[in-house]
Design a protein around this ligand. Structure first.
Ligand code: SAH
Length: 212
């Protein structure tokens, strides 16, 4: 780790804490996950800024604060089977993989999935399974999941994905059809009812049907 990146990491942690991400496990994993490995070398100097950055196929790697807040909202303990929709750069996937037992991740662009897989391998993250498909349909063969996270915005309540959540499960997703969406947390209660909780306003790229 270079001097510069040490300072950049410390600054990012400060921004995360200021924003309200206080879970020590989430903070420690974000400090240890090299975000520069998930962006184009062109953006390497901005990789530790608390800002969203462009990645391939016109997509974006989320702002670290939002990654931290969404990860914390999942309340991971280390034993969970997680489904992520929207692999993108693979940065959020990498964070999840260090806080959960196993991560299944879906991306609609095959080239992005391949690039992300190479990054997982290079970083020795071997509890991630990636697939190129329409994440809106979930991964029925692997269901139920303990946690589900969408890193693209569902236009409305993601029923197909909610149906793949196990008892006590949590789904975190940006929901809305506009440029600004509401980040929602759904919790499946033992009586089978979903509890819905608004967390904050966010800006995500839309969940698109089919593969790219
Ligand atoms: N978590 C990512 C954020 C990527 S942006 C990161 O840390 O980099 C959202 C991603 O969702 C994009 O890569 C986009 O291609 C993907 N996406 C959009 N609709 C999808 C769908 N139906 N199925 C799977 N992935 C989808």
């Amino acid at each position: 780790m270079s001097e510069g990146s040490f300072q950049a990491r410390a600054q990012l942690l400060l921004a995360l804490r200021k924003g309200g991400v206080t879970d020590p496990r989430v903070l420690s994993v974000m400090e240890q996950t090299p975000r520069d490995a998930f962006v184009d070398p062109h953006f390497a100097t901005s990789a530790w800024d608390d800002a969203a950055l462009p990645i391939a196929c016109g997509q974006t790697i989320s702002q670290p604060f939002v990654v931290g807040a969404m990860t914390a909202a999942l309340e991971l303990t280390g034993s969970e089977k997680v489904l992520e929709i929207g692999t993108g750069s693979g940065y959020q996937t990498a964070i999840l993989s260090k806080l959960a037992r196993r991560v299944f991740t879906i991306e609609r662009y095959r080239s992005m999935m391949k690039t992300a897989q190479a990054r997982f391998e290079a970083l020795g993250l071997n509890n991630i399974v990636a697939q190129c498909s329409d994440g809106g349909l979930g991964w029925p063969r692997q269901a139920p999941f303990d946690r589900i996270i969408l890193t693209c915005a569902a236009p409305s309540q993601p029923d197909a994905l909610l149906s793949q959540l196990g008892p006590g499960g949590i789904l975190v997703a940006p929901v809305g059809a506009g440029a600004v969406q509401e980040l929602l947390r759904y919790r499946l209660r033992p009586d089978g009812v979903f509890e819905e909780e608004p967390l904050m306003d966010v800006r995500f790229v839309p969940l698109l049907p089919g593969t790219g």
